[in-house]
Design a protein. Structure first.
Lengths: 762, 167
C-alpha cells in the first residue's frame, strides 16, 4: 500500500534528494531531445541532403551539354576541339560521383530508377572511355560520335527518371524528418505530462501537509484556550480562596478579640483553682488558634507571591536575646536546658526583617523543644563566610531524631514527623515550610541532619548585609508636614472618621476637601485640581476600587492623580487587585499619621527624609504582616499578666496620638458624638438594643466599632464587634448580656478617659 | 632564372626578398590549369597570371582531412593555401570571383582567407582528374570549425577550378 511520506519529518537532505530526482526525471529527457534536434540540424547542414535533387538535376543538365557538344562536333568536326570535348565528358563524369557518393545516397539507392541509372551509366562509361582516350582525334571520328550520341539518347530518359526519383527521395527525407520531429514533440508532451503529474503529487503532499499543520495548529489553539480557561478558573478559585481567607481573618479576628477580652475579664473575677485551670486552657487554645490563623495567612501570601520583607537596620543580638527570653519559659516548663550562644564576632547591626527573623528562630527552637523529651536544646548564632553578610543559626537538640525518609519529607506541607505526636503536640505543619520560604527570601536556606534517637540539627544560613547603627529620628509636627502643602480629596462615608481625617490633615498642613462616596469624588475631581485622593475601600454607591478604575478612565490630567486606598484589609491579594486597577499606595485603617505620611512620601508627593525611620516598625496586630503562631504571645497585648488594666480598655498610645492631633474642643466634640445622649453613638446603640431593633443595632454597632478603633477604645471595640456580629444573624435573639457588657465597657472607658485627660482633671 | 632569384635574394637580403616574387613569375611550362586576372601586381601572360600544376606544387603545401557533403567519409586534401596563390600574384582586391570548368561561378570575399582555405590538388594523395572534381578544388577545413559547416562555405568550395578574377 502506498503511504504518503510525512513532509513534516523531512530534513534538508530529503528535500535536496527529492528535488534532484525531480529535476533529473524531467530535464534529462528534455536535454536528450534537444541534443537529438541539434544533431539533426547539424546533419542537415553537413550532409546537404536537399542537394540530392540539385545533383541529379546537374547530372541531367551536364549530359545535355555533353550531347550538345558532341552534336556540334558532328556538325562541324573541323572547328571542334577534342580536348574541350573530353573536358566536357570529364565534367559529366564528375557529376556521376557527386550523386552516387553523396552521404545520404541511401535515400536514393533503394529505388529501381537509381539502380537502372547506375547500370546504364556504367555501361556508358565503359563504352565512352576508350573513345575519349584519343580525345584530339575524336571530332573526326564520326562513328564514335554516333555511338556516343546513341548512348546519350538511351541515358537521357533514365536520368530524367532519376531526377524525379530524387525529388521524391527528398520528399521522403522531409517526411522522415517530420516523423522524427513529431515523435520528439510527442515525447516532449509526454515529459510535460510527467512533470505536471509529479508537480501535482508534490502539491498534493504539500496541501495535505499544510492541512495537517492547520489542524494541529487549531488543536493547539483549542488546547491553549482550554488551558487559559483552566488557568482563569484556577486563578478565580485562588482569588476566591484569598477572599475567603481575608474574610475569614476578619470574621475570626473580630470575635476572637472579643473572646480573648472576655477571657481576660473572666481572669479578673473570683475563680476556683479548677475554674482558673479551665480558663488557662481556654486561653492557651485561643492563642494557639491565633497562631494557626496567622500561619495560614502566611502561606497564602507566600503562595500569591505577595509576601514582602520589611527590611530595616536590626540589632541582631537583641533579636536573639528576645527569642531566648521567650523560649526559656517553654524549655523550663519541659525541663530542658536551652543554651543560646551568640558568637563574639557577630555583626551588631544588619539589614533584616526582624519580625520574620524572629519567626524563623521561634519556629525552629519551638520545634526542637516540642520534639525533645529530655536533654538540651542548643542554639548557635555565628557569622559565616568572609565576604560579610553571612549569618548562620544552628539549632541542635537531643530529641527523638528522624530517619532519612522523614527528613526528605520534612518540608512538605502539613507533614509532621510523627503522626502520633500530632494530637499531643499540635501545630499546623506549616511552620517549617514557612520558615524555609522566609530563609530563601533572605537569600539563604535551611538544612537538616538527623539521627533517630540521637537528635536533629537544623542549620539556617542567611545573607544579611552588615550595616551601621541608625540615627534616631523623631517625628515632630513640622516634619509631619513634610514641607509641602497638598490639596487632598477625601472620600469617606463614616462621619467620625471623616472628622478625624479632617483634623489629621489640617494638623499635617494639608488642604482637605471631603465627599461621601466615589461618585461625588469623581465629580469633584473633574471640577477642581487635587494632588492626591484618599479613598475608603468600603463606600456606598462606588467603592474604592471601582472609583479608582473610574478615575483612571477620566479625561485629562485628573486621570493621573495619585490614589491612596484606605483599607483595613490585611490580605495582600486585595492590594494586588487594587494595584491592578491603578491604586498608587495604601494606608491601614484606622488611619494613622505615620502611615499616611509614608504613603504620601511613596507617592512622591512629600520629600523623603534622609534616613529610614527606624522607630517605625510593624507593631500592631492589624498590621499588614500577620505574625507566626509562636510570636503571638509576645504580640498580643491581651496577655493579662504583662498588661496593666487600663491598657486593656484603652490603647493609650493610640489615644495619645489622637489627643495630640486634635484641639481640645474638637476632641470633646468627638467624645460627645460617642458617649453623650441622645445623639452619641454608644447611647443610640444601647437604645436600639433595648428596643430590639436589629438593623439599628447592626448599623450603630459597626459605627461605634469604627470610632472606637480610631480612638483606641479597645474594650468598646470588642463589645461592639460582638454585638455587630450577633446582630448579623437574624435567627438569634440579641442577648441582654450584650447590652450589659457594652454598658460596662462604656463606663470603664469613660473612667480611664477621665484619668488620662489632664483638662478633665482640672 | 631560379638561381638568379636565389642569388639576388641572397644579395639583397630579407627586406628585398618580400618584394621579389612581385618582380617575376615564371611562365607556365606545361598546360596552364589556373588563370588569375583582375587586380593583381604580378603577371606572366599579358594581363593575367597563369599557373601550371608544377608552379602550384612549388608553393608551400598544406594538408588536412575533413568530412564534406560530397564524400561519404572524411577525405584528405593537399594543396597550397589560397592566400599563398594570391600572394604569388600580389592580388589586392576585395573579392575573388572563382570560375569552374563547368562554368560554375562563386564570389569569395578576401576575408575568407583567415579560414585558411586551400587550392587542393591532391585528394587522398592522388591527383584529381576532372571526373573526380579535379584538377583543382578550393576546400575549407570544415572540421576545424562549426562556423564553416553551412551552405555559405559549401557554396564557396568550388571544384574543377579554372580561373580566379580579383575585383
Amino acid at each position: 500500500m502506498f503511504s504518503a511520506p510525512n513532509l513534516a519529518r523531512w530534513q534538508r537532505r530529503h528535500w535536496v534528494i527529492a528535488i534532484a530526482i525531480f529535476l533529473a526525471i524531467t530535464l534529462t529527457p528534455l536535454g536528450w531531445i534537444q541534443w537529438r534536434q541539434v544533431r539533426m540540424l547539424d546533419d542537415i547542414s553537413t550532409n546537404q541532403v536537399d542537394s540530392i535533387m540539385w545533383q541529379a538535376y546537374q547530372l541531367e543538365r551536364e549530359l545535355s551539354r555533353l550531347e550538345q557538344a558532341l552534336h556540334d562536333a558532328e556538325m562541324a568536326p573541323q572547328r571542334a576541339d577534342g580536348w574541350a570535348l573530353a573536358e566536357r565528358y570529364e565534367v559529366f563524369l564528375s557529376r556521376i560521383d557527386l550523386l552516387t557518393k553523396i552521404p545520404r545516397r541511401d535515400l536514393l539507392e533503394s529505388t529501381p530508377a537509381f539502380a537502372k541509372a547506375q547500370e546504364q551509366l556504367a555501361f556508358f562509361v565503359r563504352t565512352a572511355d576508350p573513345l575519349f582516350a584519343d580525345a584530339g582525334q575524336l571530332p573526326q571520328q564520326a562513328t564514335s560520335l554516333q555511338v556516343l550520341n546513341g548512348q546519350i539518347d538511351l541515358l537521357t530518359p533514365i536520368l530524367a527518371d532519376l531526377t524525379r526519383e530524387s525529388n521524391r527521395a527528398v520528399a521522403r527525407f522531409v517526411d522522415e524528418r517530420n516523423a522524427q520531429l513529431a515523435q520528439q514533440s510527442r515525447l516532449v508532451i509526454g515529459m510535460a505530462a510527467v512533470q505536471a503529474l509529479v508537480m501535482l503529487l508534490f502539491v498534493g503532499l504539500l496541501v495535505r501537509h499544510i492541512r495537517r499543520q492547520q489542524r494541529q495548529y487549531q488543536r493547539l489553539q483549542k488546547l491553549s484556550r482550554d488551558l487559559s480557561e483552566a488557568r482563569d478558573q484556577a486563578e478565580a478559585a485562588n482569588h476566591g480562596k484569598s477572599v475567603f481567607l481575608a474574610n475569614m481573618s476578619h470574621e475570626i479576628r473580630t470575635p476572637f478579640q472579643g473572646l480573648l477580652g472576655m477571657l481576660n475579664l473572666l481572669g479578673e473575677a473570683q475563680l476556683t483553682n479548677v475554674q482558673r485551670d479551665y480558663l488557662q486552657t481556654a486561653r492557651d487554645s485561643a492563642q494557639h488558634l491565633l497562631g494557626v490563623l496567622n500561619d495560614i495567612l502566611d502561606v497564602s501570601t507566600m503562595e500569591s507571591g505577595t509576601l514582602k520583607l520589611t527590611e530595616l537596620p536590626t540589632h541582631l543580638r537583641t533579636v536573639v536575646q528576645e527569642v531566648e527570653g521567650l523560649m526559656q519559659v517553654a524549655a523550663r516548663d519541659k525541663g530542658l536546658d536551652l543554651n543560646v550562644y551568640a558568637a563574639a564576632d557577630l555583626p551588631e547591626w544588619v539589614v533584616a526583617d526582624p519580625t520574620r527573623l524572629r519567626q524563623i528562630m521561634f519556629n525552629l527552637i519551638n520545634n526542637a523543644i516540642k520534639f525533645t523529651a529530655e536533654g538540651s536544646v542548643m542554639v548557635e548564632v555565628a557569622r559565616t563566610g568572609t565576604d560579610g553578610g553571612g549569618v548562620s543559626i544552628t539549632v541542635r537538640d537531643t530529641g527523638m531524631g528522624m530517619d532519612e525518609q522523614t527528613v526528605s519529607r520534612l518540608f512538605t506541607r502539613f507533614y509532621q514527623a510523627d503522626n502520633s505526636l500530632r494530637r499531643r503536640i499540635g501545630g499546623t505543619g506549616l511552620g517549617l515550610e514557612i520558615s524555609r520560604n522566609l530563609a530563601r527570601m533572605m537569600g539563604g536556606d535551611i538544612r537538616v541532619t538527623s539521627q533517630p534517637g540521637v537528635g536533629s540539627v537544623f542549620t539556617v544560613t542567611l545573607k544579611l548585609l552588615e550595616t551601621t547603627e541608625p540615627q534616631e529620628s523623631l517625628l515632630s509636627g513640622s516634619e509631619l508636614a513634610g514641607g509641602r502643602h497638598l490639596r487632598v480629596l477625601v472620600a469617606e462615608d463614616h462621619p467620625i472618621n471623616l472628622k478625624y481625617m479632617a483634623i489629621l490633615l489640617e494638623k499635617m498642613g494639608h488642604d482637605a476637601t471631603f465627599c461621601e462616596n466615589g461618585e461625588e469624588a469623581l465629580q469633584l475631581l473633574q471640577r477642581q485640581p487635587f494632588d492626591v485622593v484618599l479613598l475608603d475601600y468600603h463606600m456606598p454607591v462606588l467603592d474604592g476600587l471601582a472609583t479608582t478604575e473610574a478615575i483612571r478612565q477620566l479625561d485629562g490630567p485628573a486621570s493621573q492623580i495619585k490614589v491612596i486606598l484606605v483599607t483595613a484589609d490585611v490580605v495582600n491579594d486585595t492590594r494586588k487587585r487594587a494595584l491592578e486597577v491603578g491604586v498608587n499606595e495604601f494606608t491601614s485603617k484606622p488611619l494613622q499619621a505615620e502611615d499616611l505620611q509614608r504613603a504620601l512620601r511613596r507617592c512622591g508627593l512629600l520629600d523623603d527624609p534622609e534616613h529610614a525611620m527606624p522607630g517605625v516598625s510593624v507593631n500592631r496586630l492589624s498590621g499588614p504582616f500577620p505574625l507566626s503562631a509562636f510570636e503571638a504571645p509576645v504580640r498580643l497585648p491581651e496577655v493579662p499578666a504583662a498588661v496593666p488594666p487600663a491598657d486593656d480598655i484603652i490603647d493609650t498610645e493610640a489615644y495619645a496620638e489622637v489627643m495630640s492631633m486634635m484641639p481640645e474642643d474638637a476632641l470633646d466634640e468627638l467624645l460627645r458624638t460617642v458617649f453623650d445622649p441622645p445623639e452619641g453613638t454608644a447611647h443610640v446603640l444601647l437604645q436600639a438594643l433595648a428596643d430590639g431593633d436589629r438593623e439599628a443595632v447592626h448599623y450603630n454597632a459597626h459605627k461605634l466599632k469604627g470610632t472606637a478603633m480610631l480612638m483606641g477604645f479597645r474594650a468598646i471595640v470588642r463589645s461592639a464587634a460582638v454585638i455587630e456580629d450577633q446582630s448579623k444573624e437574624p435567627g438569634q435573639p440579641l442577648h441582654v448580656s450584650l447590652a450589659t457588657q457594652l454598658q460596662h465597657d462604656i463606663e470603664r472607658t469613660q473612667r480611664v478617659l477621665q484619668q488620662l485627660s489632664p483638662h478633665e482633671q482640672t | 632564372m631560379k638561381n638568379r632569384r636565389l642569388l639576388i635574394g641572397a644579395l639583397m637580403g630579407a627586406a628585398a626578398a618580400c618584394a621579389l616574387p612581385a618582380l617575376a613569375l615564371d611562365a607556365p611550362k606545361e598546360r596552364p590549369i589556373l588563370t588569375v586576372s583582375g587586380k593583381i601586381g604580378v603577371k606572366n601572360a599579358g594581363d593575367m597570371a597563369r599557373f601550371d600544376m608544377k608552379m602550384l606544387e612549388a608553393l608551400p603545401q598544406q594538408t588536412f582531412t575533413t568530412t564534406t557533403p560530397w564524400y561519404d567519409k572524411p577525405v584528405k586534401f593537399t594543396g597550397p593555401l589560397l592566400a599563398d596563390v594570391l600572394a604569388a600574384v600580389k592580388a589586392n582586391g576585395q573579392t575573388i570571383s572563382a570560375v569552374a570548368i563547368n562554368d560554375y561561378k562563386i564570389s569569395i570575399p578576401m576575408g575568407d582567407l583567415k579560414h585558411k582555405p586551400i587550392v587542393a590538388r591532391l585528394l587522398d594523395d592522388k591527383p584529381m582528374p576532372v571526373r573526380e572534381k579535379g584538377p583543382l578544388f578550393v576546400v575549407y577545413p570544415f572540421d576545424s570549425s562549426a562556423e564553416l559547416r553551412n551552405s555559405t562555405y559549401y557554396e564557396r568550395s568550388i571544384w574543377q577550378l579554372k580561373a580566379l578574377d580579383i575585383q
